[in-house]
Design a protein around this ligand. Structure first.
Ligand code: DOR
Ligand code: ZN
Length: 345
């Protein structure tokens, strides 16, 4: 018998970009109406680097939630070589900062203020390990000599493994993994390391970016890899292994910034994210593993309670909007205009 209703503990999104201003007001409702909590990335211009800035940003997000929403943004600080460990620790204790995000400088959108020399932040990371504050990692090296498709695998060898050896008590989330190397390492590195997996990295490979022409809306960082890597990431997501959990990396950019001579990285997948995940878990015969991935594994790793509410999906079909408009600018959602099998009720 095929299943046509899914009741899940309401999921959380452990990796989201909300931006600010008009864009924030436009994109927050898509996430807040489906997810109970989300880890909000701090790569604004200027980045969120203090507990006070995170508190103010959280309030702007709450102001953009639909009336009656109980959505809870979990805030992060952007790791720089000059961040104040006392401010981080106080923000963490007060509940204003859940985690800290490491962007290697130059690795991706708005990462210029990021870390150039990881050894310069060791004292901050040591403090985080002591207080149980997780480090969220954009795991790509920025060495221009390293091929863009190898940057994640090289990061694991050059940066992540030595870091875990130096600070074995630090909790780390390797964000938006894209390679077999990441899957294998996360599966074997012990219970202080976990990974988020996006819908697009479960679904597309690098050939899809060039299907019939260049498709800028499928360009994100880390860039999609060869098919064998997509299969490894997908298998990890649907495996039921608690080290892997849902993080969309929904990263909206206006169409003019994507369809440009030098287009920016990021896929806006928030509108259909849960439907896309559900379709893939079903296709892989793993619908029974979706709740773990979407609603249980993340809170367990972060040491947070599991949500009490439920969400229902029905197999009635749901069409992703063709376009979302913000401040007069169009944004193209992932799977724009396509009908997905599962609708969030
Ligand atoms: O594709 C991406 N877009 N990857 C990132 O790491 C950042 C994000 C963004 O902020 O646009
Ligand atoms: Zn991201």
């Amino acid at each position: 018998m095929t299943q046509d209703t899914l009741n899940l503990i309401r999921p959380d999104d452990w990796h989201i970009h909300f931006r600010d201003g008009d864009m924030l007001k436009t994109v927050v409702p898509a996430t807040a109406s489906v997810f109970r909590r989300a880890i909000v990335m701090p790569n604004l211009v200027p980045p969120v680097t203090t507990a006070a800035a995170a508190r103010a940003y959280r309030q702007r997000i709450l102001d953009a939630c639909p009336p009656g929403s109980n959505f809870q943004p979990l805030m992060t600080a952007y790791l720089t070589e000059t961040l104040d460990p006392d401010d981080l620790a106080a923000g963490h204790a007060a509940g204003d900062l859940t985690a800290v995000k490491l962007y290697p400088a130059g690795a991706t959108t708005n990462s210029d203020a990021g870390v150039r020399d990881i050894r310069k932040v060791d004292a901050t990371l040591k403090r985080m390990a002591e207080i149980g504050m997780p480090l969220l990692v954009h795991g790509e090296v920025t060495d221009p000599a390293i091929d863009i498709f190898d940057r994640e695998a090289v990061f694991i060898e050059r940066v992540l493994k030595p870091l875990m050896d130096r600070l074995p008590d630090l909790k780390i989330v390797l964000e938006h993994i894209t390679t077999r190397q990441a899957v294998d390492y996360v599966a074997t590195a012990g219970d202080h390391l976990a990974a988020t997996i996006t819908p697009h990295h479960m679904e597309i490979n690098r050939t899809d970016i060039f299907r019939g022409g260049i498709r800028p809306h499928l360009y994100c960082l880390p860039i999609a890899k060869r098919e064998e890597h997509r299969q490894a990431v997908r298998a990890a997501a649907v495996s039921g292994n608690p080290r892997f959990f849902l993080g969309t990396d929904s990263a909206p950019h206006p169409v003019h910034a994507k369809e440009a001579a030098c287009g920016c990285a990021g896929i806006y997948n928030a509108p259909g994210a849960l439907s896309v995940y559900a379709g893939m878990f079903e296709a892989d015969g793993a619908l029974d593993k979706l709740e773990g991935f979407a609603s249980l594994n993340g809170p367990k790793f972060y040491g947070l309670p599991v949500n009490e509410e439920k969400v229902t999906l029905r197999k009635t079909g749901w069409t992703v909007p063709d376009v979302v408009t913000t401040g007069g600018d169009p944004i193209l959602p992932y799977h724009a205009g396509e009908t997905l099998p599962w609708a969030v009720v």
